[in-house]
Write a protein that binds this ligand. Structure first.
Ligand SMILES: Nc1ncnc2c1ncn2[C@@H]1O[C@H](COP(=O)(O)OP(=O)(O)OP(=O)(O)O)[C@@H](O)[C@H]1O
Length: 541
């Protein structure tokens, strides 16, 4: 549907055109008129289908620019998502000079207070820091007329619910309330509607819960085999921008160090890192200066990084909703993506439960052999050679080239070049990743009651202490962290190709070589980091 049919103002239509949006997505087409009409809305649609603009545009239109008070509040589960959402609302409301501010934990509160004195009309924030500002009296919500819970099911789940209730108490009851997410379990929706008035539930029907643009695979492997298989898969699939999800913070640290040791341009983020470091890594990743982001579920919700081609679940998520959000970091806004999930033999039942929820079968992949990995590396190196030759001013080096050709056999020279352009093979740099305790044996069935008595872990009072929780994978959720994300991620510092199974992909969902060539981002950089030394991860545990 055309944006012009939705009742948006001319300046917002201009902003939409400037953003490059041609047509409204289904969730935008359905919810924008309702929100403009002042209705309470629950908006549910696949990941990456433009839910942010679906609430941002009508909110901007309903702002009274002569009113200096906070009129709209958007609550986000993670700092990174809050920052991104503020940026998008600001971008769309630029012509109207909408004042949009973000507040989140782990960053200088005095600066936030200074900015709050500039009278923002829209606030985006994480719950802990919002509460902090409310208590200090630096954020006053008594003029708020629009409230959004982004990633609403996450915000209304046990980990956040108390904070959300405390915040909502500060917002006038005469307000418009909106909940948005790709997933909305019925029992969470029941909690949500208590904060709403005659809500309209807009659920964009899709055959599958996950975006249909993502080709989903799984590899059955033993715990200790996963790392080597993953790097071999990288060689074969040649992912461009990749997110690897790990279950715990320790896992993320070890994986990112191990990948670096093998010459990949990788870095990890999780809730124990300083916010400064988290922001720095996200910036690098968004700018394409980092090929692989390794993360806990702190990066699973809402993050919109264009060009993420592959998502690897190094650990199968315990929570099927989490799977939906993780793989939703690729295949966004109509682009293609590939996801790959490792599953140990005793975790197969978890895979089936995820498939039941998503209504999509993951295709099994065999781990690539060494020969296949080598072939993948050589293919990438050849593509590199093509671009190197194309950009080299041959005359400049002609004499030295002739000298080298006289000294060495031409085949030896090219072989040395290829050796330099390929990464160390798995065995050359042994990496040992500390085994995580496997997920408890699944009781079977599943799918129906996902949260209540399902397998989200019996003890719903998770991680309230915000103690970082997941070291050793042993927290109060029966020995497993909440998807590797502790309350600390949420609050402690807030207060607490292709995919097709064709030859090019060799059956591994790789991107075409053409793609690789044109997007040969920083593989060279990555390679330079490669140290041909033995590398074993040490941990404190
Ligand atoms: N109408 C549109 N046409 C094209 N692209 C769009 C449109 N609306 C939004 N986008 C772009 O699509 C991408 C995904 O949007 P957004 O992050 O809002 O998705 P989402 O549905 O909130 O996903 P998630 O469930 O993962 O949070 C963004 O890069 C956004 O700029």
């Amino acid at each position: 549907m055309k944006f012009t049919e939705l009742g948006l103002s001319d300046s917002l239509l201009k902003a939409v055109t400037r953003a490059g949006y041609e047509e409204a997505t289904p969730i935008q087409a359905e919810t924008i008129p309702m929100v403009l009409d002042g209705k309470d809305v629950i908006g549910q649609a696949q990941t990456g289908t433009g839910k942010t603009a679906a609430f941002a545009l009508p909110i901007l239109q309903r702002l009274d620019f002569d009113n200096p008070n906070i009129q709209a509040l958007v609550i986000s589960p993670t700092r990174e998502l809050a920052i991104q959402t503020q940026e998008e609302i600001f971008r769309l409301g630029k012509d109207e000079r909408a004042k949009v501010q973000v507040v989140y934990g782990g960053s200088d509160i005095r600066r936030q207070i200074r900015n709050l004195k500039q009278h923002p009309q829209v606030i985006v924030g994480t719950p802990g820091r919002l509460l902090d500002h409310i208590r200090r009296g630096t954020v006053k919500l008594d003029h708020v007329k629009m409230l959004v819970l982004d990633e609403a099911d996450e915000m209304l789940d046990m980990g956040f619910l108390d904070d959300i209730e405390s915040i909502i108490k500060q917002v006038p009851s005469e307000r418009q309330t909106m909940l948005f997410s790709a997933t909305m379990p019925p029992e969470i929706k029941r909690i949500g509607v208590q904060f709403m008035t005659e809500p309209h539930h807009v659920k964009i029907k899709a055959k599958e819960l996950t975006a249909d643009t993502v080709d989903q695979y799984y590899v059955k492997a033993k715990e200790f085999e996963k790392f080597d298989i993953m790097t071999r898969l990288f060689d074969v699939q040649a992912p461009e921008l990749t997110i690897v999800f790990g279950r715990t913070k320790r896992r993320v640290d070890e994986l990112s160090k191990g990948l670096e040791a093998r010459g990949y341009n990788a870095a990890g983020i999780h809730g124990d890192l300083s916010q400064q470091r988290r922001t720095q890594i996200m910036r690098q990743f968004k700018a394409g200066k980092l090929d692989i982001l390794v993360a806990t579920d702190v990066a699973a919700r809402g993050l919109d990084v264009s060009g993420v081609t592959h998502v690897y679940n190094y650990d199968i998520p315990q929570d099927p909703d989490s799977y939906v959000h993780r793989v939703g970091r690729t295949g966004r806004a109509g682009h293609k993506g590939v996801s790959l999930t490792f599953v140990t033999p005793n975790e197969m039942e978890y895979l089936r439960v995820i498939e039941k929820l998503t209504k999509k079968r993951m295709l099994p992949l065999k781990p690539p052999t060494d020969a296949e990995a080598f072939a993948g590396q050589i293919a990438a190196a050849e593509a590199n050679v093509d671009s190197l030759v194309a950009k080299t001013k041959t005359e400049k080096y002609a004499d030295q080239a002739a000298e080298l050709l006289a000294k060495y056999d031409a085949t030896d020279l090219v072989a040395a070049l290829l050796n330099d352009l390929t990464k160390d093979d798995a065995t050359a740099v042994p990496v040992k990743i500390t085994p995580e305790r496997p997920l408890p044996r699944h009781k079977g069935g599943g799918g129906g009651n996902r949260r209540g008595g399902g397998y989200r872990g019996g003890n719903r009072n998770r991680n309230r202490s915000g103690n970082g929780g997941s070291r050793g994978g042993n927290d109060r959720r029966g020995g497993y962290s909440h998807n590797g994300r502790s309350r600390d991620d949420h609050r402690s510092s807030d207060r607490r190709n292709g995919g097709s199974n064709d030859r090019k992909s060799g059956g591994y969902g790789s991107r075409s070589r053409e793609d690789n060539r044109s997007n040969n981002r920083n593989h060279d950089e990555g390679r330079k980091q490669s140290s041909k030394r033995n590398f074993t991860i040490r941990t404190n545990d």
